[in-house]
Ligand binder design. Structure first.
Ligand SMILES: C[S@@+](CC[C@H](N)C(=O)[O-])C[C@H]1O[C@@H](n2cnc3c(N)ncnc32)[C@H](O)[C@@H]1O
Length: 275
């Protein structure tokens, strides 16, 4: 395995880690085109599956404050979409919801992604977390679900999806003809025990895995531009896909490497820590 440690142009120090000679995990910012260029190295992915920072200032991360002003938070999301879009030929699954610190911003972000990204709208999936979390909901209703915006480039929508019809009526619903799976818009996946010490915002592996199995084939590449504890990477490993992950927080990278080893039972080489 190669060993790489380098610095990007914007003064963020980062390391690049290859896991199992395939996945790539980088400590850097998805807001920075240069960081993404470095991570992707020309690779195009079939799926972007990611969960944006909550912006709820609840101490969920060690080195990321998660407390942007309203407009900054909106701008962050839109900038990242703009940056990652050029590495996508396929589908975007963008998980975002409201929190006590950003109550309505997800509405503007979704609306502007729809209007500005030039991707086509497929659906808004409701992810039923099978519990309510008061910490995220102070002054709001108890939040039991989150939204996942699903979009795709028009070519992939045509190539991969087709309408299937039940009987002779014309109530066609989308079906992924490559994975041979229908796609429902209500996903009931509990977060039981998926939380990591020092990174409480992580999602259950089953969540990215569901999207991966629906929308990609073996060997396809998947990007998680807010990779956190690398749940998407572990789902990729288990399904023989290749994951490209980016997170701003060096602690998240450390947690990712440990979690990857623990959950995949695979001894991985950890690069020297010299952040
Ligand atoms: C909701 S968490 C993602 C959790 C992840 N889905 C998991 O399963 O662990 C959001 C992550 O975004 C990271 N983050 C915030 N701003 C970022 C940026 N500009 N570029 C990359 N990552 C960023 C935070 O450090 C945090 O780990």
């Amino acid at each position: 395995m190669e060993e790489t440690t380098c610095e990007c142009g914007n003064k963020i120090k980062y390391k690049v880690s290859d896991i199992k000679n395939a996945h790539r995990l980088m400590c850097g910012s998805s807001e920075e085109p240069k960081d993404l260029e470095r991570l992707m190295d020309g690779k195009i992915v079939k799926l972007i599956f990611t969960s944006a920072p909550y912006n709820m200032n609840a101490g969920l991360y060690e080195n990321y404050k998660d407390n942007l002003a309203s407009q900054e938070y909106i701008d962050l999301n839109l900038k990242v979409i703009e940056n990652v879009k050029k590495y996508l030929k396929g589908f975007l699954f963008y998980n975002l919801s409201y929190n006590r610190n950003s109550r309505w911003q997800f509405l503007e972000i979704f609306y502007r992604i729809l209007k500005e990204s030039k991707l086509e709208f497929l659906e808004l999936i409701l992810w039923d977390k099978l519990h309510g979390m008061p910490i995220t909901s102070r002054g709001l209703l108890t939040r039991e679900f989150e939204q996942i915006l699903v979009m795709g480039d028009s070519e992939s929508m045509k190539e991969d999806l087709e309408l299937f019809f039940l009987g002779k009526n014309d109530r066609g619903a989308y079906f992924n003809k490559k994975s041979q799976k229908g796609i429902s818009n209500l996903w009931k996946i509990g977060t039981n025990k998926s939380q990591q010490k020092n990174l409480l915002a992580c999602f259950p592996i089953a969540l990215p895995m569901k999207a991966i199995l629906l929308m990609t084939a073996r060997g396809d590449a998947v990007l998680d531009c807010f990779s956190g504890s690398f749940s998407t990477g572990i789902a990729c490993e288990r399904t023989f896909r290749v994951c490209y992950g980016m997170d701003l927080d060096p602690k998240a990278i450390e947690i990712s490497l440990a979690r990857f080893t623990k959950l995949t039972n695979r001894k991985i080489t950890k690069y020297e820590d010299n952040l």
